[in-house]
Design a protein around this ligand. Structure first.
Ligand SMILES: [Zn+2]
Length: 287
């Protein structure tokens, strides 16, 4: 298994993946703003159109800056989570505070010399804390340009965390012949299937946890769902039997992976709305 793991890492190290396509990000961002109420709705209303226009900026930056790329994912296998299993149905992950706190410490301990390397395990939870704090500071200072930048970044990173294949080292398949499944899930499915597009934000209760810990809950859920996407790409309905098919037989369906994409984007919209609201409260802009 270790050998396979290392081989796959090498095989996919050159693949560049950043995010849901523009359509998924824009739809989730629009829904997040539609969900806001009270002071948060008032604070963001004059800026929301411009924020949505900038929601893909982090991907644009990632083309120019290797260290920006690392902010869009977290490879959970590198922090002790087993490889996605296409032969088992997705189980509810353990998202206990203890487990997430330990993972966060491990993410923080990633050696600095890995920065910019193709094997970097990702920094998404840390990027989210930085972005959230910068957004609160921008809101406090009533600096519109910075509010637009950091709100757009926040929407982007939270939505990326909801993409199942952004939580695994096997982000473009567990086998080489699956190459392309990443883009098929996050871009092609949404272009092709109305079923894959989000239509309302999933209500999310307010949380007082640091955004990095919220991100780890999201990423653990995402990772648990990655096997389902990879199984469907192999031609299995939701779970593969044994032996696992050796060819990519079917591709992704609107009703299977499409509805999963929709559910993840609707949750992303609800969770970003909750974080955008909290940022307004933390900045003292509630009156
Ligand atoms: Zn991204």
């Amino acid at each position: 298994m270790r050998r396979f793991f290392g081989f796959t890492l090498l095989m996919f190290s050159a693949v560049t993946v950043h995010a849901w396509g523009g359509l998924g990000h824009r739809l989730a961002a629009d829904l997040a703003f539609k969900t806001l109420k009270g002071p948060a709705a008032k604070v963001y209303a004059p800026l929301s159109k411009r924020i949505v226009d900038h929601v893909m900026d982090p991907d644009e930056r990632a083309h120019l800056d290797r260290t920006e790329r690392e902010r869009h994912f977290l490879d959970l296998e590198r922090f002790g989570v087993p490889v996605p299993d296409v032969t088992k149905a997705a189980a509810t992950p353990d998202t206990s505070v203890k487990r997430r706190q330990k993972m966060l410490d491990q993410v923080r301990a990633t050696p600095a010399e890995m920065k910019g390397s193709a094997r970097h395990p990702g920094t998404l939870p840390l990027a989210l804390d930085e972005t959230y704090d910068a957004l609160v500071a921008a809101l406090k200072a009533k600096n519109d340009d910075d509010t637009i930048r950091y709100a757009a970044d926040l929407l982007h990173y939270v939505t990326d965390a909801h993409q199942p294949l952004h939580a695994t080292d096997f982000h473009d398949g567990i086998a080489g012949f699956q190459k392309g499944v990443h883009g098929a899930f996050e871009t092609e499915l949404l272009d092709r299937c109305a079923d894959a597009r989000p239509s309302k934000a999933t209500a999310e209760p307010a949380s007082k946890e640091r955004p990095s810990l919220v991100a780890l809950t999201v990423l653990l859920e995402s990772h648990a769902l990655a096997g389902q996407v990879l199984a469907e790409d192999l031609g299995c309905p939701t779970v593969c039997g044994k032996p696992v098919p050796k060819t990519r037989a079917q591709g992704l369906s609107c009703s299977g992976s499409g509805s999963l994409a929709k559910a993840r984007l609707e949750l992303a919209a609800g969770r970003t709305a909750a974080l955008l609201t909290r940022a307004v409260e933390d900045a003292g802009r509630t009156k």
